[in-house]
Design a binder for this molecule. Structure first.
Ligand SMILES: O=C(O)C1=C[C@@H](OP(=O)(O)O)[C@@H](O)[C@H](O)C1
Ligand SMILES: C=C(OP(=O)(O)O)C(=O)O
Length: 443
């Protein structure tokens, strides 16, 4: 929800070895999708391990506004009574998606081919982010869309009366664009096709298959081609949400850079479309083992054991960017402690996340005496044996920037401060107590 609360400054000091079990929250991408597909299925979808972060709670509230019944039974244990494909009603008020790009873009897709009207809004960060990447293809289905200048929120969508199928090549690798189009395609007769140049996270495809939709993915000379056949009856499925690899990245990073650390992070998704950070860390020489690899709720998961050790800088290829798009801020922190430079290429999408993440990381790292170079679509971090720290970072309503700098301060010579820890609740509400239990000093 968009609310103005007082900023909550926080400081992170160098701590002793981090030890113990890090039970990170449920995957944010899968949590949003479970609520949305649950709302579009006929009957009850039971969800366990749901992330109760603000972004997901905002999506739950939106699904209620569109007519679904959403009930919390216990921590992480939720159910959704759906209204079926095409069954959404016009919400009474404005749909406030708070800080969540995934929430607003997927929900706009889910309603755009049903003849109802909704207005979407968000917080100051979300209101700066580009939405034409989703409203352009949704207009091709026949939806009538009004945006603020520059294609920004607030946006009003009058869903298409007689939607027509669309074939769309995404201009940037984005699972949010792909998913918005596929969700729109659910209420359209015939085949909706999305073509992407690089594969992006495939949670929508996996979950749509689980709910009984006809969807297939092919790799062609054209790219990665996903075809959905419209107007299925979605059958409710129990969804067991795996733990979020993007959230796991923060305790993992802390254990890698704080001497003497050893932690265990169980049940983390190892979906190959989300695994780029872990591939990169192994190339850097990180001491991470993956135990008990198994399948849970249609997603591969493993228990991670992470120990501190020496790291070397690497070059991260642009083709890997989509599979670790949310992990570049924390990778740039880890890279600050590696031997030699780490070069991250093809990362221009970071400039349109909750903040301009390249700029926020470069400025915050420099304020802590780390040498960083950045261009429109790359960032290079020069690692050093001892990182001075002692600086302040500005977080710009961005949870991942806030958590990244708190992790930095766990291993710098001098404390690192952030202007606002409030946004952390977006994706990882338990971050501060969890890190404190492992041994971090945050105040
Ligand atoms: O589909 C999703 O759940 C997400 C896709 C990514 O965004 P883009 O599709 O805009 O790259 C990612 O950054 C975001 O945190 C979650
Ligand atoms: C980019 C992110 O989320 P969203 O786009 O859903 O706001 C994120 O969680 O890092």
């Amino acid at each position: 929800m968009s609310h103005s609360v007082e900023p909550r400054p926080m400081t992170s000091r160098r701590c002793g070895p981090l030890k113990g079990l890090a039970l990170v929250p449920g995957d944010k991408s899968i949590s949003h999708r479970a609520l949305i597909l649950g709302a579009m299925a006929v009957g009850e979808t039971r969800i366990t391990g749901l992330l109760e972060g603000q972004d997901v709670l905002d999506t739950a509230r939106a699904m209620v506004a569109f007519g679904a019944q959403v009930t919390q039974h216990g921590p992480g244990d939720w159910s959704v009574h759906g209204v079926g494909v095409g069954g959404f009603r016009s919400p009474e008020g404005v749909i406030d998606c708070g800080n969540s790009g995934t929430g607003v873009r997927l929900i706009m897709g889910a309603m755009a081919t049903t003849p109802i009207t909704a207005t979407f809004t968000g917080d100051a960060s979300l209101s700066r982010r580009p939405m034409a990447r989703v409203t352009d293809p949704l207009a091709q289905f026949g939806a009538r869309i009004t945006t603020r200048e520059g294609g920004r929120l607030p946006i009003t969508i009058e869903g298409a009366q007689d939607p027509v199928p669309v074939t769309y090549r995404t201009p940037v690798a984005s699972a949010q664009i792909k998913s918005a189009i596929l969700l729109a395609g659910l209420n359209v007769p015939g085949d909706t096709v999305v073509i992407e140049s690089e594969p992006t996270r495939d949670h929508s495809e996996r979950m749509l298959t689980g709910f009984g939709a006809e969807i297939r993915t092919e790799t062609t000379s054209d790219g990665h081609r996903i075809t959905l056949t419209g107007r299925p009856e979605l059958r409710p499925q129990p969804v067991a949400v795996p733990r979020d690899p993007s959230s796991a990245a923060f305790p993992v990073a802390a254990a890698l850079i704080v001497p003497g650390s050893e932690i265990r992070v169980p049940g983390v998704s190892r979906n190959p479309t989300r695994d780029g950070l872990y591939v990169t860390l192994l190339e850097m020489g990180a001491d991470i083992t993956f135990e008990n690899t198994r399948e849970e709720g249609g997603e591969p998961v493993a228990d991670l054991v992470v120990r501190h050790g020496p790291l070397k800088g690497v070059r991260v290829p642009a083709a890997r960017a989509a599979s670790m798009i949310d992990e570049f801020p924390i990778l740039s922190v880890i890279a600050s402690f590696a031997e030699g430079p780490t070069v991250m290429n093809g990362v221009s999408e970071l400039r349109v996340k909750e903040s301009d993440r390249i700029d926020a990381m470069a400025k915050g790292l420099r304020a802590n005496s780390v040498e960083v170079e950045d261009t429109a679509d790359s960032m290079t971090v020069h690692g050093m044996a001892r990182v001075p720290g002692g600086g302040q970072a500005v977080t710009h309503l961005d949870h991942r920037i806030a958590m990244s700098f708190l992790v930095l301060g766990m291993a710098t010579e001098h404390p690192v401060g952030i202007d606002d820890a409030g946004p952390i609740t977006t994706s990882f509400p338990d971050f501060v107590p969890l890190m404190t239990r492992l041994g971090a000093e945050l105040a």
